[in-house]
Design a protein. Structure first.
Length: 346
């Protein structure tokens, strides 16, 4: 039918059914049918009638098209913060909040499910400190949690973000992390156990899994908080080491080629008990041992209850974080060990 609209009318029981035809080409009424990400279905939309002037279309976003002198264009939707390609179903630039969803492509639009999700313009969660008072988003180290404040509305009834709010936020508990979001302009919370969450790096996940069970959640919360709140992508380079592995690296620079990398032989390193990790940030496509962020990383680790080697006087060990549960190395060596060689803490 293309450009025709059919209306069916039954005047009364005595008269037959009448069919009225409406030609879109001579009407101001416009109808649109979309594929999931906003590409217009030409054959069953009023676009088949000819040129259109209305550009506020899919998701009430403006279609950017016919920008060029020859009448062609990029055919993108303007979502405010970035442009979306309805043919690819992707953003053309990295989502500015991509660090909050490390499990998705930074170009993924609406969680890759536009049927269930939208991309709201605005935020919803306001940060608060330990005393429950509002803190600024930029004051990340003093953020203790978030509270839902909702949205304001403009004169046309559109949702408008409030100042000093975020659309997605995270809080870090002892056993799990809570994701705070705002799908459909409403507050949503989702708690997940740390054991069910990936750090986004397989090697780091593998090393964390070798640690003592009593410290795995604490260490993972440190890695996740660094990434999701501070945008610091930490990688665990060392976790649990057996005595034999410790003796092997101790020999480096002594009886084996290479530089000295440790002053602890087997049984004299906190790594030998699964209670310590070494971390380094992944910056500009590589591990950066000389990063200027170690003071901040140290404070993040301490906020999760870890001891930071950067505060030691001798030797200073900035990548090192541990929790010995009040035990000395001598006491840890004396404890019974499980099948994996880890101490049985009492």
């Amino acid at each position: 039918m293309g450009c025709l609209k059919l209306s069916y009318h039954e005047k009364n029981a005595e008269n037959p059914l009448r069919v009225a035809y409406k030609n879109f080409a001579n009407s101001s009424e416009k109808r649109f049918k979309y594929y999931p990400f906003g590409l217009v279905m030409n054959g069953i939309s009023s676009k088949s009638a000819g040129s259109l002037t209305n550009k506020i279309l899919y998701n009430s976003k403006e279609l950017q098209n016919k920008e060029f002198t020859d009448g062609s264009g990029l055919e993108l939707y303007d979502f405010g913060a970035r442009m979306q390609d309805p043919q690819l179903g992707r953003w053309w630039v990295i989502d500015p909040l991509t660090h909050e969803t490390p499990f998705e492509s930074p170009y993924s639009a609406m969680g890759n499910n536009p049927i269930l999700n939208i991309d709201p313009d605005g935020q919803s969660w306001e940060p608060v400190g330990k005393d429950g008072k509002v803190v600024q988003l930029s004051d990340k180290e003093n953020i203790n949690g978030y509270r839902w404040v909702g949205y304001d509305k403009d004169k046309d009834g559109n949702m408008v973000a409030r100042a000093n709010t975020v659309e997605t936020a995270y809080t870090f508990g002892e056993k799990g992390m809570t994701t705070l979001s705002s799908e459909g302009f409403k507050e949503h919370t989702n708690w997940q156990a740390y054991s069910d969450i990936s750090t986004g790096d397989k090697a780091t996940d593998k090393k964390l899994a070798t640690l003592h069970p009593d410290i795995q959640d604490q260490m993972k919360s440190f890695i996740l908080k660094s990434k999701l709140r501070f945008d610091i992508d930490l990688r665990v380079t060392d976790g649990f080491r057996t005595y034999a592995e410790q003796d092997n690296i101790y020999a480096q620079g002594r009886t084996k080629p290479g530089n000295i990398v440790t002053y602890a032989s087997g049984g004299k390193s906190n790594h030998n008990f699964g209670l310590a990790v070494d971390v380094v940030p992944f910056e500009n496509g590589k591990l950066n041992w000389d990063t200027k962020n170690y003071p901040l990383i140290g404070r993040i680790g301490e906020s999760r209850g870890l001891e930071w080697g950067g505060r030691w006087k001798r030797p200073v060990d900035r990548p090192h974080f541990q929790n010995l549960f009040g035990k000395t190395l001598q006491q840890l060596r004396a404890l019974s060990k499980d099948a994996n060689g880890l101490p049985i803490l009492k």
